[in-house]
Design a binder for this molecule. Structure first.
Ligand code: NAP
Ligand code: MN
Length: 282
């Protein structure tokens, strides 16, 4: 894939950056190399207020980077280099490291290189207060040591009583992760949606759930009221959230978005094809 990056030395902005790596030897060595090349391009290493966070590792590494910089996602953009298989967030190859640094060093305006993807807003309400989280991939609710029994309400109307292993609420860019294992649809990240997918629902003559996943647009919301007295595990991306006893969870498309720097095109459906189909069609 050719790198489209104009060679403009005059008027280039000095990009502030940070590098986060997975911690394995290959990723750590690439991170060291990145810092050396970045110094040559006069980029500024600024772990506190970076314009760009470069994640070296896998998609999981980028999820980590996202949550590490969650308080400044309106100002920081992400870019990922994969040291294993192609990632959905980590779509630069290690061989392209110096091309990436060069693009960052010769940048005249970052804003027109930014793509924004939707996030899921998750609000957890207990007796005292409400806590909010943002998910880049998904939020899951699962029964722990017993079946999850929960009332689902969509836009303040009763929808169904869910019984099964759990519920997964994913973003469009997270639709290729856990959601895909649940047979959910892959959603293009230009669509501002969340998808609700079932994890092993119980369906028989007594219990009934929809059985298909549902895609909600912006301004719709889904509330989940788990039956009291059962143990529940809540995850936001790779994180387990310890919330104690809570009454309900509300999920909706977040107002805020995640920003990625896009120095060259790599369309979502091409990434889907490369990751899941490969060369088998040739
Ligand atoms: P992990 O166990 O290493 O992740 C599982 C796999 O999901 C890895 O291959 C990871 O890629 C990949 N992945 C992460 N985000 C993706 C995305 N947006 N599109 C396609 N693949 C993606 O744990 P992790 O690296 O910390 O990632 C946490 C994520 O794992 C969760 O957000 C959830 O989506 C996923 N997960 C999936 C299942 C399942 O499919 N049954 C179960 C639990 C969790 P890398 O190897 O590049 O990191
Ligand atoms: Mn991983």
């Amino acid at each position: 894939m050719g790198i489209v990056c104009a060679r403009i030395d005059k008027g280039a902005i000095r990009v502030k950056y940070e590098v986060i790596n997975r911690g394995d030897q290959v990723s750590a060595e690439l991170a060291t190399k990145f810092h050396q090349l970045a110094a040559d391009e006069q980029l500024i290493h600024d772990p506190v207020e970076p314009d760009i966070v470069v994640s070296i590792g896998g998609d999981g590494t980028l999820l980590n980077a996202f949550h590490q910089y969650i308080d400044r996602i309106d100002h920081t953009a992400f870019v990922g280099i994969h040291t294993g298989h192609l990632g959905f967030y980590a779509d630069w190859k290690p061989e392209e490291l110096s091309d990436l640094v060069r693009c960052m060093g010769r940048e005249t305006s970052l804003e027109d290189k930014i793509v924004k993807y939707p996030l899921a807003h998750v609000q957890i309400t207990n007796e005292q207060d409400t806590q909010s989280f943002l998910a880049l991939n998904e939020c899951t609710l699962r029964g722990f040591e017993s079946t999850l029994v929960a009332q689902l309400r969509v836009n303040d109307e009763d929808f169904e009583m869910f019984r099964g292993d759990g519920i997964c609420i994913s973003t469009p860019s997270g639709s290729t992760a856990y959601n895909k294992s649940l047979n959910g649809a892959l959603i293009h990240p230009s669509l501002e949606t969340i998808q609700i997918a079932e994890i092993a629902s119980i369906n028989n003559r007594v219990y009934r759930t929809l059985g298909s996943s549902m895609v909600l647009p912006r301004h719709h919301h889904c509330d989940i009221y788990p039956r009291a007295g059962r143990n529940i595990v809540l995850t936001v991306d790779h994180l387990n959230v310890d919330i104690g006893n809570f009454r309900s969870i509300r999920c909706q498309v977040a107002e805020r978005k995640v920003r990625f720097v896009r120095f060259r095109p790599f369309p979502f459906w091409n990434r889907v094809k490369e990751a899941f189909i490969g060369d088998l069609l040739e």
